[in-house]
Design a protein around this ligand. Sequence first.
Ligand code: 1PZ
Length: 209
Amino acid sequence: GDDQQPMTPPLSGIVDAFEDLARLVESKKAGEGDLMLATFCEACSLVSVLFSCLGLAFKFAELEYVAKVQDLLEASKSHQTLLHILDYDIMNDTVKTQGSHTRNLRRVRQGIDLIRTIFENFVSSDDNSLKESATTAYAKVCAPYHTWAVRTAVYAGMYTLPTREQLLQKLNETDKTADKMMRRYIRASAPVIEYIDSLYVSRKISLDW
Ligand code: 1PZ
């Protein structure tokens, strides 16, 4: 079990990885699209530790997320960059096909954005509960693109989320350190999300799915 391992604050690993990604993305000229898929996947896979703070109700979300990152990691063996998988799916007419790399990248990007929006809600108010932060964020970032069945399960699961205090304890953070970490993640993930969107836009793929 994860409670037996020496406790490194899991947020710091995620934040460091996304700050590295942000630096890579910002050092590139817009539209060049050469962020390495493997590098991106490594950062995304760290996010999985957050799921261990949630209850069984979000097990399906974890499996979904991990499977999609895993698919992209597999894809990185034959496609070097993020842009390469878009071009591959454009060529095969599978951009929006369920299970395609381009669709899975879109879903992982939505996951990163969901966490960012949860953190934004979380730091913006001291008495904001995790349930409220997560519900508002989910409604905005993911719900419009999820089926009714998934939305219903997610909203039901929200009632099982830990409290703010329980979450901070599981993350081995205090109010103050969590606030700092979350602000760093908010700042670092923004250019990464923007960058991914810019790839889709550069290939004339809409962002409304
Ligand atoms: C500490 C933070 C607490 C956050 C709690 C909120 C978690 C909301 C979880 C949303 C679950 C969505 C689950 C299933 C979604 C599927 O419909 C789609 C299917 O995509 P398709 O195969 O049709 O292309 N899957 C996804 O969108 C991929 C996974 C999304 C999970 C993102 C979670 C991000 C991390 C949350 C923090 C732990």
